[in-house]
Design a protein. Structure first.
Length: 434
């Protein structure tokens, strides 16, 4: 991913320096296990660890790979320059996939840890703002049209619940992908003992792949990237909400506009929802990794490398992009400017229409058939839409409505508190408190 949408901690996970350091640790831990079994001399394992502080020369490894056309062999050749004669005992009974797949498990696990921390920060911001606006009444919309009152805090509580589900999925996906395979050619352990795999897994913080085929099955990775895609879609869902609320005709909330910020090169008055629009684009990039990850599942027989080029791209790009997007969304929510007065003004724009369902239900409870009640309410509602009338006044003037409902009962149906009386219940479900 380009630097514009990258943060250093996540980028570092995918750097060549980090990758070669992980490869070294895998080989060194495997050498320890082999030495414990008596397969290689203990002195050889100790010699490997003498290279633990070596700064591997990425350019030199690239030069070797240009000749060998094999990245792991190029690394092992370079490692031998630092280990010396004992290097002949490195990589005993192993295959390249043992190193590559185990390394990918480490990288994805580390990336997941950063993303989980990102989600925790976002969840904290959403919770804080949700409680701040728990009782800030606003209009709920369906199809983009006024529906019934809700609160802005409930909007944010819903987002919190959604991202909490995303976090739980990511924790599960991390566990599924953080696996080690040191099983040799076609995964049979013919030339390496399973205890070596167990030792490396324990040292690298991974679990053991129960049945590798020389490669770790890619259904694990497909699930991981699918979860990233779902989290990205949740980001877009909230970003689109902000974009709609910031429209000039709505202006119920908007992104923080910092001193000196410019909205347009041509129109000095503009304050555009650039962060949330950017988040929509970034979500598309993360989701772009999902289908290729799923297509990687179907490899030929025990292995092929059709997945390799895909993962070299989607591993860094999807995690780096999602890391950036989550941090950007957290900042957006943290500084989001909310306009309660505009929310109330917008809700009252069509003078009481948002209470139509309550009137409908009251009529049915007072003996009017549902079909007749719907017709009564709708004919008065249309006057509000088309003529700008006041809904309550029209109901009071309709003899058919008054035949079923008294003036005081009609007035009681326009109480906003009716729509917000269960806010505490919902907050208790989301946040675990009343």
């Amino acid at each position: 991913m380009i630097p514009r949408y990258s943060r250093p901690d996540m980028v570092a996970i995918w750097s060549p320096e980090t990758r070669f350091r992980i490869w070294f640790e895998i080989e060194a831990h495997a050498a320890d296990a082999q030495a414990a079994l008596g397969v290689i001399p203990k002195a050889a394992a100790a010699a490997v660890w003498k290279a633990k502080d070596v700064e591997f020369d990425v350019a030199r490894i690239d030069e070797i790979e240009a000749v060998t056309k094999h990245d792991v062999i190029a690394f092992l050749t370079h490692l031998a320059d630092h280990v010396g004669e004992e290097a002949r005992f490195v990589h005993q009974g192993m295959t390249s996939s043992d190193v590559l797949d185990t390394c990918l498990g480490v990288q994805l696990a580390r990336a997941a840890d950063i993303l989980i921390a990102d989600l925790d920060a976002l969840l904290a911001a959403l919770k804080r703002r949700a409680y701040e606006h728990k009782d800030t009444v606003t209009i709920g919309r369906s199809h983009g049209i006024h529906a019934e009152p809700t609160t802005f805090g409930l909007k944010l509580a819903q987002a919190h619940a959604e991202f909490a589900r995303g976090r739980a999925r990511l924790v599960a996906a991390r566990a599924e992908v953080a696996v080690c395979a040191i099983s040799g050619a076609v995964g049979t352990f013919a030339n390496i003992d399973p205890s070596v795999e167990a030792h490396v897994a324990e040292r690298m913080g991974l679990s053991v792949e129960p049945a590798s085929t020389q490669v770790i099955p890619r259904d694990r990775h497909a699930m991981f990237f699918a979860v990233l895609g779902v989290i990205a879609s949740s980001i877009e869902r909230l970003a689109v909400e902000v974009r709609h609320l910031q429209r000039t005709e709505v202006l119920e909330a908007e992104e923080y506009f910092s001193p000196g910020q410019k909205g347009s090169s041509a129109m000095p008055h503009k304050r555009n929802p650039v962060l949330s629009e950017n988040l929509t684009g970034l979500a598309r990039l993360v989701r772009m990794a999902v289908v290729p990850a799923m297509e990687n599942v179907a490899l030929w027989h025990e292995r092929d490398i059709s997945h390799s080029s895909v993962e070299r791209v989607i591993g860094p790009d999807a995690t780096v992009t999602l890391d950036f997007a989550l941090a950007r969304l957290t900042g957006l929510i943290d500084k989001l400017v909310v306009y309660p007065d505009n929310m109330m003004n917008n809700m009252n724009k069509f003078r009481g229409l948002v209470h139509s369902q309550r009137v409908l239900l009251a009529l049915t409870q007072n003996g009017v058939s549902r079909e007749d009640a719907y017709a009564l309410v709708q004919r008065n509602a249309m006057k509000v839409w088309e003529q700008g009338k006041d809904f309550q006044e029209e109901l009071l003037a309709d003899p058919d409505v008054r035949a079923a409902l008294g003036a005081e009962e009609i007035a009681s149906l326009f109480d906003l508190g009716h729509h917000t009386r269960h806010v505490d219940t919902i907050f208790g479900r989301v946040f675990g408190t009343a």
